[in-house]
Design a binder for this molecule. Structure first.
Ligand SMILES: Cc1ncc(COP(=O)(O)O)c(C=O)c1O
Length: 464
């Protein structure tokens, strides 16, 4: 097959923030719990990633990392993605702002997740892997990796969080259409799934649990690997095509944003749009405010602790310092399944810890209201996750004083909500209530997290 004609605006490199800010390199605590923090000990080895991917998570040498030609050809199917001014929304809000949005829903699978799915599937196929296994929350990641596997000739198995799987049957059909095998999580197929079902036969599932099941299945077969949908530095790196395009699309309009807003699952969507603006801001001496919109049901940044934790329920992921609600936290069921992860990834967490990022916790009623307004004014129905970003953006804009010059804001619409119509209908029928984190279960889980940190802080001698 010949190379597809590529738009000259399609970035040829990923932007690597670790070059400008090497302090963000992932550090992991040794699993033996005996050593102190070990620099970059974890992800590559533990997840058995191809070298190229593992290196991407710790590379501080290269500011730009070339995108393989094969991946560029796949990106060319749907990139560059549109950047538009939300003029009708501005008018409706009476906003003292120029609101721009980047739209990542205009691909077959429906979200930004395809940007890393294509890259990962490519690297794994190159490395001779035959089968990718993953866990998915919203189902957007599952759909993207299923399609990427189909394109690169890999088998694909997906553990999908039960509560969301049942909300969106059409997404499951899409995954199967691309050849993936889809399991409801918790399942009876793995020990971690069986444990959750024993605790509660009606367990709604969690992303940490689905990830744990996927890791268990992948670990049992030498030709299978676990593919990670968010959080890892390499995943954020792949997503920087979004922000790089947006930097140049805005520059063509003579704009640089005062504020960039995106929703936060584990951070790849947020990092994808935000990180290139840090780079561009550094180059041009301008500063940019970065705002992460998280779910009030799973407020890891605004109510979590910056401590060492695992990102899966199996306990095989690296023990990294992250903003977390504790890996035993079972977030209440909300329709933004992609924001239901108990922790942010290490890079997004480090950025929040050093004050580079602000966070807003948004409840689902506010987000559905914002999503419907965006649909009415801009002709795009945002995914429930992306609707949190719209609500966050509206909050920021509403606080901007009238006497100031208009605020220039950029919001990422990370996916479409056309397979979330059931949720929007329920909202329109008044059946959806605001959901916030449950105090009792949050404090139980945070106590367990603190206890875990005391344990891993113990010196070697006292472990025997
Ligand atoms: C449409 C959409 N937006 C945002 C997110 C959150 O993604 P991330 O974990 O990359 O922050 C998800 C996660 O599934 C999603 O499906």
């Amino acid at each position: 097959m010949g190379a597809m004609a590529r738009d000259p605006q399609l970035p040829t490199h990923w932007f690597n923030i670790l070059h400008d800010r090497p302090q963000y390199v992932t550090s992991a605590v040794s699993r033996s719990r005996l050593a102190g923090p070990v620099k970059a000990a974890g992800p590559g080895a533990l997840l058995q990633q191809p070298l190229a991917l593992a290196r991407q998570s710790i590379n501080t040498a290269d500011r730009f990392i070339p995108i393989p030609r094969e991946v560029l050809d796949l990106y060319a199917q749907y990139r560059p993605t549109p950047l538009r001014r939300a003029a009708r929304l501005e008018e409706r809000l009476g906003a003292n702002a120029r609101i721009y949005y980047k739209y990542e829903g205009a691909n077959l699978t429906g979200s930004h997740k395809l940007n890393t799915a294509l890259a990962q599937a490519y690297y794994y196929a190159q490395a001779g892997v035959k089968h990718l296994v993953t866990g998915t929350g919203a189902g957007q990641w599952g759909t993207a990796i299923a399609y990427a596997c189909q394109l690169t000739g890999l088998d694909c198995t997906i553990f999908w969080v039960r509560s969301t799987l049942r909300q969106k049957p059409a997404r499951g059909e899409m995954m199967r259409l691309f050849g993936a095998v889809v399991h409801e999580s918790p399942s009876n197929l793995t020990e971690v799934g069986r444990r959750a079902l024993k605790e509660d036969p009606a367990h709604p599932g969690t992303l940490g649990g689905a990830t744990g099941e996927a890791l268990a299945l992948a670990g049992a077969d030498s030709e299978s690997r676990f593919a990670v949908g968010s959080g890892e530095n390499s995943v954020l790196l792949h997503q920087t095509v979004i922000g790089q395009e947006a930097v140049s699309q805005l520059a063509q309009l003579g704009e640089f944003p005062d504020c960039v807003i995106a929703c936060m699952g584990a951070g790849s969507n947020f990092g994808g749009i935000a990180l290139p603006f840090l780079g561009a801001g550094k180059d041009s001496g301008r500063s940019v405010r970065l705002v992460a919109a998280e779910s009030a049901a799973c407020p890891k940044l605004t109510r979590g602790r910056y401590l060492y934790d695992l990102s899966d329920a199996l306990g095989t992921t690296p023990i990294t310092k992250i903003y977390s609600l504790g890996n035993t936290y079972v977030p209440p069921v909300v329709y933004a399944g992609g924001l239901r992860h108990h922790s942010a990834g290490p890079l997004a967490s480090a950025m929040y810890a050093d004050g580079s990022v602000e966070a807003l916790a948004i409840d689902q009623v506010t987000s559905f209201q914002a999503g419907l307004l965006f649909c009415e004014t801009e002709g795009i129905l945002p995914a429930p996750e992306a609707a949190h970003a719209v609500a966050g953006m509206m909050d920021v804009v509403s606080r901007h004083p009238r006497r100031e010059p208009p605020l220039v804001v950029l919001v990422n619409i990370s996916g479409h909500g056309l397979l979330d119509l059931g949720a929007y209908r329920k909202f329109a029928d008044g059946e959806i209530q605001p959901v916030t984190a449950d105090e009792a279960s949050l404090s139980r889980s945070l106590s367990a997290l603190e206890e875990f940190n005391r344990a891993i802080a113990e010196p070697a001698e006292s472990q025997s």
